[in-house]
Design a protein around this ligand. Structure first.
Ligand SMILES: Nc1ncnc2c1ncn2[C@@H]1O[C@H](COP(=O)(O)OP(=O)(O)OP(=O)(O)O)[C@@H](O)[C@H]1O
Ligand SMILES: [Mg+2]
Length: 349
């Protein structure tokens, strides 16, 4: 943590800071070299200020430090009596040390350039992938909505007409007991099919999301979920409602459904609380459960073999400029928070 802070300070401020620190380091190395005498070899340590200044201060200051480093080394050699007797050898030593330092500066600079290029490339690719993920999600939404309307128009309406015909036939064939019984059985089956079509439509795309918004749809979902599973879901909201753009609203609903499913499937939760906070800075959706909890330190990524739910939400929320936070401990339930900023995705009603 401290090291990261120091790295940030050195990387973000004037290049004179690394130069000053590097020269101070060189002073320390030179003093220790002089103090320990000619027997102890300190060649490696003269590299430290050179590398440090090159990394944080750039190539030019790196060469400057190389020069000063080679000079200090020469001075210390003289002071400790380690210097050669011939002037030519002294010059040669100075020149080879300087060349070695300068070569290291060049190598280090090249390495830093490669590292920067790679890091830029990774950043650019990550952005492109996020954009693609957002487009895929929007396309999935559109497809789901289309399917939901098709199920409504083609299937549900036909089933309702069949149901009405069956009712009419029951009246017409009133004296045929066997026939009426079969018609009643068929009506029950058609009712069941209508119910299934409704569930399918809701799973694909709840029309009420478009009409009523996120929280009423979550309330409807929670009632239906409680009826089907016996798990109680409490839905509430705080603050003045915001009008959320369609893809964001659809995604938040799907994410909440995934979190509820996780709580029941993995945590065996009996009670779940979904709270939507409408805040000046954006939306905060909090899903709490009283389930078994889990080890949240396991890395979440599509390739980590831990499922796609949370990793997918994390990725998508980040692509919208938001943040996913998971707090969970064994046997203490889980809390998942999705935060989305206001600027590009939500506007006040
Ligand atoms: N609310 C929760 N309670 C207990 N464990 C959870 C909870 N949410 C997630 N987990 C744990 O985290 C893991 C990852 O969840 P995630 O939703 O990413 O994947 P998954 O549910 O296993 O698979 P997928 O969502 O792709 O069908 C789960 O396998 C489960 O062990
Ligand atoms: Mg899941």
């Amino acid at each position: 943590m401290i090291l990261r802070k120091c790295h940030q300070i050195l990387a973000s401020h004037s290049r004179l800071i690394p130069l000053t620190v590097g020269l101070a380091l060189l002073g320390v190395v030179g003093t220790i070299d002089w103090w320990t005498g000619p027997e102890l070899d300190f060649s490696l340590f003269y590299m430290i200020p050179v590398c440090f200044v090159t990394w944080y201060g750039g190539q030019r200051f790196g060469y400057l430090t190389s020069m000063v480093s080679a000079t200090v080394w020469l001075l210390v050699d003289r002071l400790t009596g380690a210097g050669a007797s011939s002037r030519l050898v002294v010059d040669w030593n100075f020149a080879t040390r300087l060349a070695f330092f300068a070569g290291s500066v060049l190598l280090l600079k090249g390495w830093k350039n490669v590292a920067r290029t790679l890091s830029n490339l990774v950043e650019q690719r990550t952005l492109e992938l996020r954009k693609l993920a957002a487009q895929l999600s929007a396309a999935e939404d559109a497809e789901r909505r289309k399917l939901a309307y098709e199920v409504h128009d083609a299937l549900s309406q036909s089933l309702s007409l069949i149901r009405m015909n069956l009712d009419a036939m029951q009246v017409e064939l009133a004296d045929n007991v066997q026939g009426v019984r079969r018609l009643v059985d068929s009506s029950v089956m058609v009712d069941e099919a209508i119910k299934q079509a409704k569930t399918l439509m809701f799973d694909l795309h709840p029309a009420m999301l478009d009409d009523l918004g996120l929280v009423p749809t979550l309330e409807w979902f929670s009632r239906d979920f409680a009826q089907r599973t016996g798990v109680e879901i409490v839905v509430s909201e705080y603050g003045k409602r915001l009008s959320v753009q369609t893809p964001v609203r659809n995604y938040l609903f799907r994410a909440a459904k995934e979190l509820v499913t996780n709580a029941v499937r993995h945590g065996h939760a009996k009670e779940i609380v979904i709270v939507t906070h409408w805040e000046a800075s954006g939306i905060r959706l909090v899903v709490d459960d009283d389930g078994s909890g889990f080890d949240n330190s396991v890395p979440r990524s599509p390739g980590a073999g831990t499922g796609l739910g949370l990793a997918g939400i994390d990725e998508r929320v980040q692509s919208m400029g938001g943040r996913l936070t998971v707090e969970s401990r064994a046997n203490q339930g889980s809390r998942v928070v999705i935060e989305l900023p206001i600027p590009s995705f939500v506007q006040e009603v």
